[in-house]
Write a protein that binds this ligand. Structure first.
Ligand SMILES: C[S@@+](CC[C@H](N)C(=O)[O-])C[C@H]1O[C@@H](n2cnc3c(N)ncnc32)[C@H](O)[C@@H]1O
Length: 270
């Protein structure tokens, strides 16, 4: 049974029935991630939050019949899209598990690589999941994931407006992973020895009008929603001030939204 937050995430992804075709962003990011990691024939791989299999399917082809891949995701809608592609391509060494990655368990030292592309920020208790990943990895294996760098996305504006208006410290969804230093510290706390982190500009684009309909109190808050106690009037004020702040940015800079991604690898010592 998923909690409310996880059910909201699951519904959000279930609705995205053509995920691979929502512009070029997802396939391009998965491809960059695949270029960042190395996979060899015969390896055993775990792909957390596998979605439509953009990473897992390519990896399954690379590890070949001597190797295998497990993909875990809690959205049946995303997994259905993965299954369609797996069947069409006749892939036999990729197992999909419908589950919350925070509830699954595997054997100690089972995997050569563990991947989590464009998803770790959704996890409620990241340190506990990193501890498990460390335990599931073989010595010499590594975990790789992506995250968005600080300065990306309009959520930073929401954080500022909430602070200014109500002195509320809005937990920006990417905050735990939004700098290379934060990622490194979290990984070291879970026992990982070496880390390698690259930053790439993911996209820079003109802001579209979607921010006008964003309901800030309904955004994702994996670690608790501090806006749930605001009155309807306060919520309305928040929306108005947020739109004003974004309008101001647009007037100032025209093209503004810039998303930088961090590509992170962390090894368990051999
Ligand atoms: C942005 S998509 C990324 C999918 C894929 N890794 C990729 O690179 O295309 C995020 C995925 O994470 C999944 N997800 C988020 N939180 C999860 C959790 N706690 N357990 C399992 N899946 C989760 C969602 O269902 C969704 O499919």
């Amino acid at each position: 049974m998923l909690n409310n937050y996880k059910q909201t995430i699951t519904n959000f992804f279930n609705r995205r029935t053509s995920y691979d075709y929502e512009g070029k962003g997802h396939p391009e990011n998965a491809k960059r991630f695949l270029d960042f990691v190395t996979v060899k024939p015969g390896q055993i791989i775990l792909d957390l939050c596998t979605g439509t299999g953009l990473v897992a399917i390519t990896v399954a082809k690379t590890v070949g019949q001597q190797g295998s891949v497990i993909g875990v995701d809690m959205s049946p809608g995303m997994l259905t899209q993965a299954k369609t592609k797996i069947e069409a391509e006749g892939i036999k060494n990729l197992e999909l598990i419908e589950a919350d990655v925070e509830s699954v368990d595997f054997n100690n030292e089972q995997f050569d690589r563990i991947f989590c592309c464009s998803a770790l920020v959704y996890v409620s208790d990241i340190p506990t999941l990193l501890n498990k990943c460390y335990r599931w990895l073989k010595p010499g294996g590594y975990l790789a994931f992506t995250s968005s760098n600080k300065g990306s996305h309009l959520s930073e504006v929401r954080v500022r407006v909430c602070k200014d208006l109500f002195d509320i410290d809005l937990p920006h969804i990417i905050r735990p992973l939004w700098t290379a230093e934060k990622c490194t510290k979290l990984l070291q706390d879970s026992g990982f020895q070496n880390t390698k982190i690259e930053k790439h500009l993911f996209r820079r684009e003109k802001i579209n009008d979607n921010y006008r309909s964003t309901q800030i109190e309904n955004e994702f808050y994996p670690r608790g929603n501090p806006l749930s106690n605001l009155s309807p009037v306060q919520k309305q004020l928040l929306q108005v001030e947020y739109i004003k702040a974004v309008d101001h940015l647009i007037a100032e800079t025209g093209v503004w939204q810039e998303a930088n991604n961090l590509y992170v690898k962390a090894w368990k010592s051999a």
